[in-house]
Design a protein around this ligand. Structure first.
Ligand SMILES: [Fe+2]
Length: 297
C-alpha cells in the first residue's frame, strides 16, 4: 500500500508559491504552509478536528463587526498580538528585548475607536461615567529624558464596571475617550476613572475556546494610551492598576511589570491640579519615553 509522501506534499505546496513575484508574500505563505503542515503532523490531526477548526474560524468571521473584531480577540488570546507588538518594538529600538529605554508597548486590543474628542489638559474625559475619579499625570519624553512638547495622547478605557462604551448599546456614543497634547514641558494631566478588571467578550467562538480550555477570561484593570510625537516611534500601551484582580493572569498576555502603576487614594479636597473634589479620588503618575525613529526608516 502506498502512503502519500508527507514531505513531498509540503514541498509541492511550497513550490506552488515559487512564481510569486512579491518576495515578502512568498516568504509569508511558504513559511505558513510549512508550519501548518508541521502542526498537523505533530498532533496527527484527525479529519473531524480539522473540520471543527474550520467551523471555528468560520464562526469567528461570522460574528465579527467593526465594533466586535473577534479575530483580533482570537489573536490577542493566543498571544499572537503581543508577539507582533514585541517584535515591532524590538525592531524599532534596534535593541534586544528587555534592553530598551523606551516605554514598553502592549496590545491595542479590540476597543480602539479613532477620532476621540480633542480636550484641553486637565479635562475630565469620563464625566457621567461610573467609576472612581482618577487624576492621570506625567510627562512624555524622549529616551534621554528630554521633554516632548505637543506630544499627542489618545486615551481610552472601560468604565468602573468594566464596560467599554461600544459594549453599552448597539449605537454607542464615545465615553472615557479623549485626545490631548503635552504642554511645553512635556507634561500631561487629565481626569478619568480608575478602570476595573473585565472579561473579554465571551459570547462568541473565542469565549467557547477559553471555556473549553478552562482559561481565565479576564483582563486586569488598565487604561489604554497611544502616544505619538514627531520624529519618534508611536507607542501603543496601557497603564495597569497595581493590585487589580487578574494582574498576573491577563487573558491577552499584555501586562508588563514596567506598566503597573500604584493608584494613590486621596480623601475629598483640592487635587494637585487645583480641582476641588467633593468625593474621594485616586491619582496615577506615569512618564512615557518614546524612541527616536530609526535613521533607516
Ligand atoms: Fe482594554
Amino acid at each position: 500500500m502506498s502512503i502519500y509522501n508527507q514531505d513531498k506534499l509540503t514541498q509541492d505546496v511550497v513550490g506552488a508559491f515559487a512564481r510569486c513575484s512579491d518576495e515578502r508574500l512568498r516568504v509569508l505563505m511558504t513559511s505558513l504552509v510549512k508550519h501548518v503542515h508541521a502542526f498537523a503532523r505533530e498532533v496527527d490531526l484527525k479529519p473531524d478536528e480539522w473540520l471543527a477548526g474550520l467551523k471555528f474560524l468560520t464562526a469567528t468571521g461570522q460574528i465579527s463587526t467593526d465594533k466586535r473584531p473577534e479575530f483580533i480577540l482570537l489573536s490577542d488570546t493566543l498571544g499572537l498580538s503581543m508577539m507582533v507588538v514585541a517584535l515591532a518594538q524590538a525592531r524599532a529600538s534596534g535593541a534586544v528585548q528587555g534592553a530598551m529605554a523606551a516605554t514598553e508597548a502592549t496590545v491595542e486590543g479590540p476597543f480602539f475607536w479613532p477620532g476621540a474628542p480633542e480636550v484641553p489638559l486637565g479635562a475630565d474625559i469620563a464625566e457621567g461615567v461610573p467609576g472612581e475619579p482618577t487624576l492621570y499625570m506625567g510627562r512624555v519624553t524622549d529616551v534621554d529624558g528630554k521633554p516632548l512638547a505637543g506630544a499627542l495622547l489618545d486615551v481610552w478605557s472601560g468604565d468602573g464596571d468594566g464596560k467599554y462604551d461600544v459594549q453599552l448599546s448597539a449605537e454607542p456614543t464615545m465615553k472615557a475617550r479623549g485626545r490631548l497634547r503635552t504642554d511645553a514641558e512635556g507634561r500631561y494631566w487629565f481626569w478619568s476613572i480608575r478602570p476595573t478588571y473585565y472579561p473579554v467578550p465571551d459570547d462568541g467562538p473565542v469565549g467557547d475556546m477559553l471555556r473549553a480550555t478552562n482559561r481565565n477570561i479576564n483582563r486586569p484593570g488598565h487604561i489604554h494610551m497611544m502616544v505619538s510625537a514627531e520624529g519618534h516611534v508611536p507607542l501603543t500601551t496601557h497603564i495597569f492598576v497595581a493590585g487589580s484582580p487578574f494582574i498576573d493572569e491577563d487573558v491577552v498576555f499584555g501586562k508588563r511589570d514596567s506598566l503597573v502603576v500604584d493608584f494613590e487614594a486621596h480623601p475629598p479636597g483640592r487635587a494637585v491640579d487645583g480641582r476641588e473634589m467633593k468625593q474621594p479620588y485616586h491619582s496615577a503618575s506615569f512618564d512615557f519615553r518614546l524612541a527616536p525613529v530609526p535613521a533607516s526608516a
